[in-house]
Each structure stands twice: as C-alpha cells, then as structure tokens.
Design a protein around this ligand. Structure first.
Ligand code: PLP
Length: 385
C-alpha cells in the first residue's frame, strides 16, 4: 500500500536538498558561532547567508530577520515583545480564528490586564474590516491577524488590513506560518511590522522559525540571556537548522510560481472530484481567497474522525477540524467561529498538499474515499434513509 500524505499544513517532509545543506553543520562545522576561534567564527557567514535567504523570500532586509525555535516562539515574541515595549496603555486586537500560538498568547496577556478585542469572522471565514476600524478607533493597538488560516486556508486581505492598522498609528503583526512559501509575500509593500514563519511548514525541519521585525519596530526580547541575534534573543544559535531554513526559503523562492500552479490544480482536481462523487459535501472557507494547497470539506451526517481512521487504513493521511477533548468531539474553534451548523461542523476534513504530491495521489483518494463516505453514512444514525 502506498502512503499518501495530504496533511502538509500540519508538517511537511524535509526536502532532500535541505537535508544535504544542513548535514555538514552536524559533522564538520559544529562550533559555536559566538566563539572567537575559527571553529565558531567560520559559522557566522553561514548564519548570515541563511538570514539573507529568508529575507529574500519575504522582501525583507536580512537585518530584520530574527531566528527563533518555531512559529509559536515567533508569535509569542512578536506579541509579548511588542506589548511589553508599548508599556502602559498597550492594547491588543486579534481574531477568533487565529492559531492557539496567537490566541492563547493574547488571552494570557488579557488575564494580565491588557485589553483585548477578538474580531469575529463570517461564514466564509472572513473579517469585517469595519469592525477592525471600530476597534482601532479606541486608540493604538498591536493588531495580530493571520495571513492564512491553517484549517481552512482562508487568506485575509493583509495589505488592506495593514493599511488600516498603520493609518491608525498601530503596529501590525501577521502569523504567516501557513503562507510563507505558498503565496508571494513582500513585507515592504504589504506594510506589516512583524511577521512569523516556521520551518517545518515549508520543507525545513521542525524546531526552527523566524520573525521579521521591521526596522524601527519596538520589541522586547522574549528569551533573556546572551547577546545572540543582536541582543534580540538569548540562546546559542541552532546553526544546522538555520542553514536548513535558509535553503528551504531559497527553494521556495525559486519554484513558487510553478509549484503553486501545479499544487492548486491538484487541489482543484481533488475538490471537483469529491464534490462530483459524494452527495452532501460542502467546502468550508472563502473559495475565492484561499491557499493554493488547502481544502476543507464538510461531509454531512458523519464524524470527521471516522473518515480519518478509515482513510488511514488505506494509507491516506489528512486531518479533521475536531479535537478530541475530554471524551467529546468538539468542532475546532475556527469551525465554530464561522458558525458552521452542527451537522457540517462534525464532519470536517482538511486536505493540504505539497510539492511532493502527484496526480496519482489525488486519483487514489478519489477512488478510495467515496465508498468510505457511503459506508459510514449507511451506519450513521443522522443520515437520511
Ligand atoms: N501559526 C499557524 C497558523 C500554524 O499553522 C502553526 C502550526 O500549525 C503555528 C502557528 C505554530 O508553528 P510551530 O509548530 O512551528 O510552533
């Protein structure tokens, strides 16, 4: 049985070119970049090369890139660091559909006295920009809104949002963990001040991320310690993984246009095929503003988890929009925030593709999944006779 991996928003396969680029930094160049001797000193240029590769992918200056351990750390650094730097009077604005790395950080700060507005989304997962304007009218704030949603792939209009935020004299952070490498990003033209990214979503290993900090943006470090990363993050640099992230960004820059066109065509083939083969299927999220690799389906009358298990038996990996908490299968906060009705909310499945997927992968899903759906509906107490 061939394994078909369609869960690339959870994590991606490390690209062979990335593995090749990072290996010498375990075996030959294993020094500490802060050391005065040549074991360490020779690593500096590799760190700076990686920094420029990351910067190039998002249109930043290399000096504006801070290496972190993951997307979660980038989000925490951006939000907690900017709130601390703002001092008294700091305020936060975010949305209901952010990743927990943002939402839980904002809610933690709220518990410590920072006023927080959580913007609602509509049934397509989109924001009401007038609600953002209204929230900003109360005074400057740190606004943290994601570039694209990890569950639905819905893309927020970040350039328009950032213009509103900047006109209000506020600071704009975006969690672009799902977007970097999948859609073109130009931090200068898009006017964002802070942008989070994560290596393992773009074919680098888990445990490496970066935060773009626009020159002049006031931000306190999250990790106190040594003077690494120009005093912006204590901790010895993870050189092999930083090199890996740099290489992954270079690959993404080189191939983005062809890759996203090919991946979007595969995603569309999957989407159209399933809509044709299965009755009572809906697509969640704004279909006109979505990541090219993501589709989130609701299969009415059945549980997402049952579908996942049955697909897994056939070697197909995807993910569902529910989390099994305290024995009850609750739809995710994203699906709930979109107001998706009960029957659709419980049967959500996300497929997320990557450069390594093929037409054969999609065709296998189109062959295997419709009978699974029909079979599960046959035994479902909710399905109409
Ligand atoms: N933000 C978004 C939108 C994500 O999808 C994820 C991971 O799924 C994260 C943040 C956290 O990234 P990491 O796993 O690198 O901490």
């Amino acid at each position: 049985m061939k394994n078909i991996y369609l869960d690339n928003n959870a994590t991606t396969r490390v690209a062979p070119e990335v593995v090749e680029a990072m290996m010498p930094f375990f075996t030959d160049y294993w020094g500490n970049p802060s050391s005065m001797h040549r074991f360490g000193g020779q690593l500096k240029k590799h760190l700076e090369h990686a920094r420029s590769q990351v910067a190039a992918l998002i249109g930043a200056d290399p000096s504006e890139i801070l290496f972190t351990s993951c997307g979660t750390e980038s989000d925490n650094t951006a939000i907690r660091g900017a709130v601390e730097a703002a001092g008294a009077g700091a305020r936060l604005i975010t949305s209901r559909v952010e990743h927990p790395a943002v939402l839980e950080t904002c809610r933690y700060l709220k518990r410590h006295g920072i006023p927080l507005v959580e913007l609602e989304v509509n049934g397509r997962g989109q924001l009401d920009l007038d609600a953002l304007r209204k929230a900003l009218a109360a005074g400057p704030a740190l606004v943290s809104l994601m570039w694209a949603n990890n569950e639905t792939g819905v893309i927020f209009p970040i350039r328009e949002i950032a213009e509103i935020v900047k006109a209000a004299g506020s600071v704009m952070h975006t969690d672009a963990v799902q977007s970097v490498g999948k859609v073109p990003i130009d931090v200068k033209a898009d006017s964002v001040d802070l942008l989070s990214l994560s290596g393992h979503k773009l074919h680098a290993p888990k445990g490496i991320g970066a935060l773009y900090i626009r020159k002049g943006t006031k931000i306190h470090p999250l990790l106190l310690g040594g003077h690494q990363e120009s005093g912006r993050r204590g901790g010895t640099e993870n050189v092999p993984y930083i090199v890996a992230l740099g290489k992954a960004c270079e690959l993404a820059s080189a191939n983005m246009r062809e890759e996203t066109t090919r991946v979007a065509a595969l995603r569309n083939r999957l989407e159209e095929g399933l809509l044709k083969a299965c009755p009572d299927v809906k697509i969640n999220g704004d279909p006109d503003h979505r990541l090219p690799n993501t589709v989130n389906f609701s299969f009415l009358y059945i549980e997402g988890e049952s579908i996942l298990y049955r697909m897994s038996d056939c070697g197909i990996a995807a993910s569902s929009g529910s989390a099994c908490t305290s024995g009850s299968l609750e739809p995710s906060h994203v699906i709930r925030a979109m107001g998706i009705p009960f029957m659709a909310a419980h049967g959500t499945i996300r497929f997320s593709l990557s450069r390594y997927n093929t037409k054969e992968d999609v065709d296998t899903v189109l062959e295997q999944l419709p009978p699974i759906i029909a079979d599960l509906r046959r035994i479902s107490p909710f399905a109409p006779p």
